[in-house]
Design a binder for this molecule. Structure first.
Ligand code: 5GP
Ligand code: ZN
Length: 130
């Protein structure tokens, strides 16, 4: 009989993939209507929009928070930001202006622990934010 080695890191990754709502959306377990998709990211409408335009730019790689970024994720983050700007152009909000936000942990207002960028537009945003 083969002995299957105990592998905690793999188990942890698999648990996260099955419990994370954005991983489920990416895997198709929870159906969604993607506005854009490539090999690295998925863009969907936020289920509780905070502005007339409220898109979520989500990496297919599970990264819990900004604090968990590795050096290898730098290009991915740049791709997410550039894709947000491209999407703003496509949606006709680029010239008027818009906001791209990533919340981090409790004090930053993060509620889904799979990194994402909010693309918000079609209303005025105050500074400093609430
Ligand atoms: P955070 O609070 O982490 O910065 O942002 C999480 C966002 O995900 C919130 O704006 C929330 O409305 C959105 N959200 C949470 N669950 C779902 C979902 O199942 N589908 C979609 N499309 N958005 C979700
Ligand atoms: Zn995830």
């Amino acid at each position: 009989m083969a002995i299957i080695p105990y592998n905690p890191p793999t188990l942890k990754v698999e648990f996260v993939m099955t419990s994370c709502i954005f991983c489920k959306i990416i895997a198709g377990t929870i159906p969604s209507i993607p506005l854009f998709e490539d090999e690295q990211i998925l863009v969907i409408d936020d289920v509780h929009p905070a502005a007339p335009v409220h898109k979520l730019v989500i990496p297919k790689k599970h990264i819990a928070t900004l604090n968990d970024l590795a050096a290898e994720d730098t290009l991915l983050m740049g791709h997410m930001l550039a894709s947000s700007a491209k999407l703003a152009q496509k949606l006709g909000i680029a010239e008027k202006g818009y906001r791209v936000v990533t919340n981090c942990n409790a004090a930053g207002g993060q509620t889904v622990f799979h990194i994402h960028m909010h693309l918000l537009g079609e209303r005025h945003f105050n500074w400093p934010p609430g």
